[in-house]
Design a protein around this ligand. Structure first.
Ligand SMILES: [Zn+2]
Length: 193
């Protein structure tokens, strides 16, 4: 297993429409295992394949989103080729984050309940319902598979504010990486004497 790089916005992979999964083989299982490790390493509630540069209709949601703390040790929910079969007219506006926008949180209105039909890792069909955070996580990740990101759901001004924060955070990360690289280079210089 490996922790994969989560691509930050505006990586073009985040705007791609994912293809349906057709091969349920060992490499798909490996991808799911790597995505699970990545999601946990980044403390995410969900992760879509497009966020790690794979254009397949595959998303993971942490069971925490459906059952809260008591589900901490339950297996991750694997959702393949999802279809929204029903969503409530009632919406809830709540704070939302995204691993592709680290450190950015915005208020997004989403249906309060949703039901999806999908396949599991063995290509068996199942239905899953989410309410509150569960619905929000499922819909956020389904969006990713359609090339939609959370800032697409808010007003122009909110989007500008979120992007400004995101760009500043990305610049800070780049500066930090440069500092680390410079330090590592320095350490490698052999000392004469
Ligand atoms: Zn996201």
């Amino acid at each position: 297993m490996a922790v994969l790089e989560v691509l930050p916005y505006p990586n073009e992979s985040l705007r791609r429409k994912a293809r349906p999964v057709t091969e349920f083989d060992a490499s798909l299982a490996r991808l799911v295992a790597d995505m699970e490790e990545t999601m946990n390493a980044e403390d995410g509630v969900g992760l879509a394949a497009t966020q790690v540069g794979v254009d397949l209709q595959l998303l993971l949601v942490h069971p925490y989103a459906f059952k809260g703390d008591e589900a901490r040790d339950e297996p991750v929910v694997v959702v393949i080729n999802p279809e929204i079969v029903w969503q409530s007219d009632e919406t809830i506006t709540a704070e939302e984050g995204c691993l592709s926008f680290p450190d950015v949180f915005i208020h997004v209105a989403r249906p309060s309940k949703v039901r999806l039909r999908a396949l599991n890792l063995k290509a068996e069909p199942f239905e899953i319902e989410g309410e509150g955070l569960g619905a929000r996580a499922l819909l956020h990740e389904v969006d990713h598979l359609r090339g939609v990101v959370m800032i697409d759901h808010v007003s122009f001004l909110q989007r500008q504010r979120a992007l400004k924060k995101h760009q500043k955070h990305q610049a800070d990360l780049a500066a930090e990486a440069r500092r680390k690289a410079a330090k590592a280079n320095k350490a490698k210089v052999p000392t004469a004497g």
